[in-house]
Design a protein around this ligand. Sequence first.
Ligand code: SF4
Ligand code: SF4
Length: 358
Amino acid sequence: MQEIYFLPWKEKEKVSLLLKDSGMLDTIKRGDWVGLKIHFGEKGNKHFIPPTLVKIIGDAIKDIGAKPFLIDTNVLYKGGRGNTYSHLQIVREHGFSDLGIPAVIAGGIKESLTREAKIKVNLKHFNEVYIVEDFLAFDFLLVLTHFKGHMMSSFGGSIKNVGMGCASRRGKFLMHSSIIPRVNQGKCTGCGRCVQNCPGEAMHLERKKVKISPEKCIGCGECVHVCPVDAISIPWDSVKPEEFQERIVEYAYGVQKEKKGKIGFINFLCAISPDCDCIQRPKSPLVPDLGILIGWDMVGIDQASLDMVTRAKGFRLPAGINKFYRVRPDIPPERQLEYGAEINLGKREYRIISCETP
Ligand code: SF4
Ligand code: SF4
């Protein structure tokens, strides 16, 4: 049975001991380039992983002579993290640029130029998945995840951080939507900017209004970003929550397939709001800060995290209740774990090794 290492939140500054005890530091070698996959938090959000803890992890990696990088992708929707320029401003505002660890936005300056790897998975929803190549270039990928709720997947843990967070914009779009972008013809001014930027050459203007040819659309989501008047949107409702979770799991499977033994996971169980860090003003936490988990299996570590939140006595809900399910009863919270086990992304059984120090 897999072992998952646990440090209580009151001991959080000893996170480097957790890294050592778990054996994760032993797999990283002098000279390795180590990607620390992180979510820097949307502008205004305060629930992201504390930079002080990220620095401790980065320093532990530097101590063995390896080179850590903080890395995330731009998001699909418009917002502070929607392009590299404003995303890097958030990195600075949230205190991640003073840690002595370079921060990079995967895919570079312009999303339309992003190099993506097409990885064969041959699963239920996707035959192949699209991952930003930068993640595959690292010698080791350490996934730092703030565990919390999510409005479409019930909760967001390591599986979501990898599946959605390492995907290219095209991949993100394909997970969120099963149909082409929606155009609000009333808003469209006919400026043609989307037509010029559409890599599928799927857009054209008719009487100063844009039209999309569905057979040419590659689902990259670029048009959503370039439209200056928000006339193009993602049809979020075209994928049901269960299916959305399964799609994320398939993307996570693609990353894991490529990284094989060169990927590890740390879940931070703090500021566990029902809302994700993409929200500017998320709801207050459901439970007190619990601790930090580290493991080698993203299904196992997410299962352990969910179980801990369920067992904890909440601020508004009692111990023993699946709090994410109570908040969003229309979203089955365990589908991502069930499906992850079904396709052998990982196992749900685990044993906790407590690293509490005297
Ligand atoms: S999603 Fe991409 S390919 Fe499809 S219409 Fe928009 S820009 Fe063009
Ligand atoms: S970028 Fe927006 S406003 Fe301009 S043509 Fe496309 S949909 Fe219309």
